[in-house]
Design a protein around this ligand. Structure first.
Ligand code: UDX
Ligand code: UDX
Length: 475
């Protein structure tokens, strides 16, 4: 590997480009641009519509506080465009933040990460680069992907030299701005000290040096997968206990509080739920499982796979509880679904537990009345249709018809609950905690069932007002 030029370290007019203007690339680059007014940041994407929205008042990613960050930097030192070649050619540092979904075909289908887009980026970078560039893996990738990226880069051009760094992003959706502003740590893995220092000097404008960790490339790549696996494992662990709580009369929130005060365990990420979702946890664990299998570590693969197995069980268990409680049939019954995003404060629905619960209820022929404060109707319908797709991605006419006739998307929780047999809370949006119970009860059929999949409601208050409340992790 050719060493980075020391010029970069002191370079004042550093130019950064990021390929991929998604949930990770967009907010991360906006924060770098906001904090470093002298650095030019150019975010590019193949998707023209997404770029148009980054250039408008209606950003494609909903994150509290993101509008202000973008507004401050856009037009000053932050650009969004589809001019991928030009952006790469002009930059000193190129971030790769394209998506790396689970492969849906061929070898490793259902487990391995699809690295097609990352490889295409590497080839495109090689094709248009001259001089020296630092290439940064921002996307979450299997261990040793940097090796492949390096080989593609070095073998594809003689006109440029490259350093490849791994710099995984740990932001969580819904709190992206706060996480980017005040990260627990920045992780940079790489072989060239100069390149690592150049990237570290960008973050050090607002992150203290003791929070910038440097490791070798492979440790950095693996740390990201491991962090997500551990976080997801905590959720699956508490969700496993929630099933036992429901069976025994213990209360999962009380158990979480009791164990969370042990400083060795800690209180965070112990909230029982209808199951974890999001674009990362499942994908990254399956990726880890695939890697372990690849290296012949069967027991390790099996161990981590159980985190996903438990999550699937939790989603299934919740919809089955609804059906069982509602006299073993929800056919033709109206169920208000409150929340469709995979967590609060985001418009992201990828792998949302709500999709699985809704699909199961549709299989039972329930009439769903869905409300989410941030997710548009087209997106809800597209996710539900996709949940019925076969491995080739096609949806039968029968299922299209089912989604068309049994799903209504409504503009408020009250309209969703109107004339319904029950309410299912699937995302913990704050507004659900302060719903007007009298108004809801008056419009619902009796018994007025409430299934709280996020344990956000005060059960006593709701029960006293006449609802029949069933909460995750409580009997
Ligand atoms: C990120 C990470 O980068 C991924 O590895 C991680 O595991 C999940 O989070 P995210 O930002 O959430 O992905 O993905 P997404 O919102 O889908 O954004 C990716 C963007 O890359 C899309 O806008 C897509 O159009 C763009 N893209 C994809 C390109 O510009 N070029 C490509 O070749 C492929
Ligand atoms: C996660 C990681 O937290 C982040 O560091 C990484 O960069 C990307 O993946 P994200 O998926 O955006 O972030 O959200 P996160 O807050 O981790 O929540 C993931 C899922 O777990 C959500 O569905 C959430 O509702 C669920 N969850 C989380 C629980 O059910 N209980 C908890 O206690 C915490």
């Amino acid at each position: 590997m050719v060493l980075a030029s020391t010029e970069n370290k002191i370079k004042k007019d550093l130019k950064i480009c990021c390929i991929g203007a998604g949930y990770v690339g967009g907010p991360t680059m906006a924060m770098i641009a906001k904090q470093c007014p002298d650095i030019h940041v150019h975010v590019v994407d193949l998707n023209q519509e997404r770029i148009n929205r980054w250039n408008s008042h209606d950003l494609p990613v909903y994150e509290p506080g993101l509008d202000e960050v973008v507004r401050e930097a856009r037009g000053r030192n932050l650009r969004f465009s589809t001019q991928v070649d030009q952006a790469i050619a002009e930059s000193d540092i190129v971030f790769i933040a394209v998506n790396t979904p689970t492969k849906s075909f061929g070898v490793g289908a259902g487990r391995a990460a699809n690295l097609e887009f990352v490889e295409k980026c590497a080839r495109q970078i090689a094709a248009v680069s001259k001089g020296h560039k630092i290439i940064v893996e921002k996307s979450t990738l299997p261990v040793r992907t940097a090796e492949a990226v390096k080989r593609i880069l070095l073998n594809s051009t003689k006109e440029a030299t490259f350093d490849v760094l791994s710099n995984p992003e740990f932001l969580a959706e819904g709190t992206a701005v706060a996480d980017l502003l005040n990260p627990d740590r920045i992780l940079i893995g790489g072989e060239s000290d100069e390149a690592v220092e150049t990237l570290a000097s960008v973050y050090s404008r607002w992150v203290s040096r003791d929070r910038i960790l440097t490791t070798n490339l492979w440790s950095s790549e693996l740390s990201k997968l491991t962090a997500n696996a551990f976080l997801a494992q905590r959720v699956s662990s508490i969700n496993a206990i929630s099933a036992l709580c429901e069976a025994t009369g213990a209360d999962v929130d009380e158990v979480a509080r009791a164990i969370g005060t042990d400083s060795r365990i800690g209180p965070k990420f112990l909230k029982s739920s209808v199951g974890f979702g999001g674009s990362c946890f499942q994908k990254d664990i399956l990726n880890l499982v695939y890697l372990c299998e690849h290296f012949g570590l069967k027991e390790v693969a099996h161990y981590w796979e159980q985190v996903v197995v438990m999550n699937d069980y939790q989603k299934r268990r919740f919809s089955e509880r609804i059906v069982r409680t509602m006299f073993n049939t929800v056919s033709d019954k109206k169920i208000a679904v409150l929340g469709f995003a995979f967590k609060k404060d985001t418009n992201d629905t990828r792998e949302s537990a709500a999709i699985h619960v809704c699909r199961s209820l549709l299989d039972e022929r329930a009439k769903l009345r869905i409300y989410d404060p941030r997710v548009p109707e087209e997106q809800i319908r597209a996710e539900l249709l996709a949940s019925f797709a076969d491995p080739m991605g096609s949806v039968s006419e029968k299922h299209k018809q089912l989604v068309a006739s049994n799903v209504t998307v409504l503009p408020s929780a009250y309209e969703a609950a109107n004339q319904s047999h029950g309410i299912a809370i699937l995302t913990e949006w704050d507004e659900f905690k302060t719903l007007d119970r009298t108004r809801l009860l008056e419009s619902m059929l009796r018994p007025a069932f409430v299934f709280d999949g996020r344990s956000v409601l005060n059960r006593e208050d709701w029960r006293n007002d006449g609802f029949e409340v069933h909460t995750i992790g409580k009997s």
